[in-house]
Design a protein around this ligand. Structure first.
Ligand SMILES: [Zn+2]
Length: 430
């Protein structure tokens, strides 16, 4: 039994000055292929979008190669794959009733596998529109204990399909090397299996969003009711009569009961969601650490979050589900698909990864990160000489299996594979 673990290491490339333009031209052609594929495959709302890579290849591969003056065959295929995969994600979102549109590619990102690149431990040779270009890596002087040392320079890991990026501001090229390792586990079923439901709490829009894509409660409604209540209370205070005072107390009690009941129903929905997915754990962000996200004077929202977590804890306890807190750093900026962490990834309710183009509701993305954090934490706590311990977290499309001995830090991604069918079976490679 075995399964794969992938870690992405970001490496600055030393690109010869006179070859930079070749990489830019290659990216132009790659982008053209992805955009043209998206344009061809996107049929919504008049017909069914094409999400099959082979169907798209059959239809437009020849056209794309000709139009790009015979860009490397594998790069054309990778561009087609990127576009059809993204359209597949769009189709999933449309079927969930979400809004989305034809993918468009305008940032520098080229996908290279072993057919269009030769990966070495100290350099890479990349196919371009003008033959190969060899780029040396800019590695840290002491790579020990860095992702470079642990994965890039570690023979247990081999190169998998990677991407090349360009930073406009610094005029630097980067390889995001995907380092893959197959883990053999003789008896992973002995390892303590865990499954985590991640929950992201919010001050507006939905009160909570789960890693399974469930949107719970309406924070705007809660805030609206609160404002109405404050307004009435203010009027009564001004009146100042005895009867006004009694009404003041009564509506205070009534609002208290209403909001508590509202939170109660939200907490019930979260625990039910965890049960529905057979989760062993529910993960929240540590409330003490998310205070800064809530502006001053919003005591009510702090109360609501605290109340929600407490009620979930109480209900979960009765069902044998453990509630844990994770530290909230970067959960809203990090891409739950590729790990890229950038402030610019998030724009209000929208999350759009500048690296892999993954676009999704921002809170749903954060909920997945919350789930992963706890899954990794549980993973680290487990000891198995065979490396057989694994942990999963529940997602809309299935279950993500996390297998890692390290931590997902800001730039370097950790080990995971998304499976859309029977998660445990696929984790065991059967
Ligand atoms: Zn991404």
């Amino acid at each position: 039994m075995a399964w794969d673990v992938t870690r992405t290491v970001q490496i600055r490339l030393d690109v010869p000055d006179d070859r930079k333009s070749d990489l830019h031209a290659t990216n132009q052609q790659f982008q053209y292929c992805a955009n043209r594929t998206a344009e061809w495959a996107w049929r919504y709302p008049h017909g069914d979008c094409v999400t099959s890579k082979s169907e798209a290849e059959q239809a437009i591969y020849d056209e794309l190669r000709e139009a790009t003056d015979y860009l490397h065959a594998n790069l054309v295929q990778k561009a087609i794959k990127r576009a059809t995969k993204d359209i597949g994600n769009c189709v999933d979102r449309l079927s969930d009733g979400e809004k989305t549109s034809q993918p468009h590619y305008d940032t520098f990102s080229i996908v290279y596998d072993k057919r269009a690149a030769t990966f070495y431990r100290d350099k890479v040779s990349l196919a371009t529109v003008n033959g190969r270009v060899e780029c040396e890596y800019d590695l840290p002087e002491h790579p020990e204990q860095t992702p470079h040392g642990e994965y890039l320079l570690n023979d247990d890991y081999s190169f998998s399909t990677s991407t090349v990026h360009y930073d406009n501001e610094t005029d630097e090229f980067y390889l995001h090397a995907a380092m893959e390792r197959t883990i053999d586990a003789d008896s992973p079923e002995k390892a303590e299996d865990s499954k985590v439901l991640g929950v992201d709490c919010n001050v507006d829009d939905h009160i909570a969003v789960t890693s399974t894509g469930r949107f719970v409660g309406n924070a705007d409604l809660l805030n609206h009711e609160r404002r109405e209540f404050e307004k009435r209370r203010g009027d009564l205070l001004q009146t100042g009569t005895r009867s006004a005072h009694l009404t003041f107390q009564r509506i205070g009690d009534r609002f208290g009961r209403w909001s508590e009941d509202y939170i109660h129903r939200c907490s019930k929905a979260i625990v039910a969601e965890a049960q529905r997915h057979d989760c062993t754990h529910i993960a929240f962000e540590d409330l003490g650490q998310i205070r800064e996200r809530i502006s001053d004077g919003k005591k009510f929202q702090q109360w609501a979050f605290g109340e929600l977590q407490e009620q979930v804890e109480n209900k979960a306890e009765m069902t044998g589900i453990v509630v844990s807190k994770v530290e909230p750093a970067y959960t809203s900026q990090q891409c739950s698909q590729c790990g890229c962490t950038l402030e610019e990834n998030r724009n209000g309710q929208n999350f759009a990864c500048l690296d892999c183009s993954y676009a999704v509701n921002a809170d749903y993305n954060a909920a997945k990160n919350v789930a992963r954090k706890l899954a990794l934490q549980l993973q680290r706590g487990q000891k198995s000489p065979a490396g057989g311990a694994f942990c999963q977290y529940a997602l809309k499309s299935g279950t993500l299996i996390v297998n890692a001995t390290g931590v997902a830090s800001d730039h370097y991604w950790s080990a995971e594979r998304e499976s859309t069918d029977k998660p445990i079976a696929s984790a065991m490679g059967s």
